[in-house]
Write a protein that binds this ligand. Structure first.
Ligand code: ZN
Length: 438
């Protein structure tokens, strides 16, 4: 731990530090001091954000905004501190959640959870169909808000909202699918393609598209390495990522016309991950159950696993798929059962090999939607199944000894970093000097 004192800890007008003075102070600081300062300032920002929400909540509940003729507390915020409406709405939601849950209020006021995480929780709480259920799982969600990366926490919140609000998610998915459309047009020498539709078809389209984009990347990279050798880097590649995506799109159409008529094209493999109770809910909902859709189990559902972190209904890269879409996919596609334990660790398939391949590799990558290195956002579909305990150090090749790491972090890990998963399923990355990263 690094402790840095920046003075000015007393409160009042004189805490205003001159910009140039502050700039001069930090100019001489090393990365440890700046890191400690960053964390310290963020903690202060969290506490300030929570206190602002408390003030706004108080003004809202007591109707005090009506002074000066404001119709809502939002108008009062806009007038008092020139806030945007978005800012006022977001803070008001936080205020309502903090008022409904003492646990959230404590965590927010002590600076334990991030500003963005608090806003996500508050937005879910504001959902009129399922928001009040949030309080039932708030202890777990607060823990995840502190332990998981923001992206992973956002994914947990999307899962929770989709599965708690089965009716809403189903209606949304149906409406989007019904309104699907695609168009191609040419205007003033610009060719434009626009398409929009549901996730069920979208994941297949995306999977095919991604394969083509990867192939274009491989072509560019091979060319760059041939030309520049060890100096090859992304900046020297002949096309930009955007250009490669367009060329990949074009190539899909070329391949389509070059396929002989009547040929059965292989189905792309799309991995959708879900838990058994999600499928069971979807079956009950589609069977009618009195015609009220999924609402029979929308509140107080007896889920086998009460932690929303393990409620999964998504593609391998974390794109949420509604339970009804999963059911449809299960009827026309193949299902592969992957067994996980109570901490979400996929259980060993039993066979030991030198390399993670085939279903074992897939199972490792399905364990997380992203590279597990703190701060990394590479989707697990682009990761490698890496040995936690290196193979040359007697690490066995089974799923419990594996983590999805992107190629970059796979190489970083070899510098003496240690990656481990604790009993609760949280990943930890430890530096060579024994301190923890992130
Ligand atoms: Zn990574």
């Amino acid at each position: 731990m690094f402790a840095v004192s920046w003075g000015d800890e007393h409160e009042g007008a004189e805490t205003r530090v001159d910009g140039a003075d502050f700039g001069a102070r930090i100019a001489g600081s090393d990365v440890c001091e700046l890191g400690a300062l960053f964390v310290e300032l963020d903690a202060e920002r969290r506490r300030v954000e929570a206190r602002l929400a408390v003030v706004i909540g108080e003004v809202d509940r007591r109707g005090l905004y009506a002074v000066d003729g404001h119709a809502t507390v939002k108008g009062w915020c806009r007038a008092s501190a020139k806030w945007s409406t978005t800012e006022a709405v977001s803070s008001l939601r936080v205020a309502r959640l903090m008022h409904a849950s003492a646990e959230v209020a404590d965590a927010a006021l002590s600076g334990a959870i991030g500003v963005s995480q608090l806003r996500l929780l508050a937005r879910a709480f504001a959902n009129p169909r399922c928001g009040t259920q949030l309080v039932d799982v708030i202890t777990l969600l607060l823990e995840h808000a502190q332990q998981l990366s923001f992206d992973d926490f956002a994914l947990v919140m999307r899962r929770w909202e989709m599965l708690a609000d089965t009716d809403g998610a189903h209606r949304d998915a149906e409406a989007v699918h019904r309104d699907r459309h695609a168009s191609m047009s040419e205007h003033d020498g610009v060719f434009d393609v626009h398409a929009q539709g549901g996730v069920a078809q979208g994941v297949t389209i995306h999977e095919v598209f991604q394969r083509y984009v990867d192939a274009e990347f491989a072509t560019d990279w091979a060319e760059t390495v041939a030309l520049h050798g060890a100096a090859a880097c992304a900046a020297l590649m002949p096309r930009t990522p955007a250009q490669r995506r367009y060329d990949a799109f074009h190539k899909i159409f070329l391949d389509a016309v070059s396929t002989p008529a009547g040929t059965q094209a292989p189905d792309p493999v799309v991995n959708i991950i879900t838990t058994l109770d999600v499928i069971e809910d979807a079956i009950r909902a589609s069977a009618g159950d009195g015609g009220d859709g999924g609402s029979a189990d929308a509140s107080g559902r007896p889920r086998q696993n009460h932690d929303p972190r393990w409620w999964r209904a998504e593609t391998i890269n974390g794109v949420p798929v509604s339970p009804q879409d999963i059911l449809a996919a299960a009827l026309i596609g193949h299902i592969r059962r992957v067994v996980v334990d109570s901490a979400g660790v996929i259980i060993d398939l039993g066979r030991k090999r030198r390399l993670f391949t085939g279903s074992q590799r897939d199972a490792v990558l399905m364990g997380s939607s992203r590279c597990i290195w703190p701060g990394c956002d590479q989707p697990s579909g682009r990761c490698q199944a890496d040995h936690i305990n290196e193979w040359q150090h007697d690490g066995v090749t089974n799923i419990a000894n594996a983590a999805p790491l992107c190629p970059r972090h796979n190489r970083w890990k070899a510098r003496g970093y240690n990656v481990a998963r604790d009993a609760h399923g949280y990943w930890h990355t430890v530096r060579p000097d024994g301190t923890e990263l992130g």
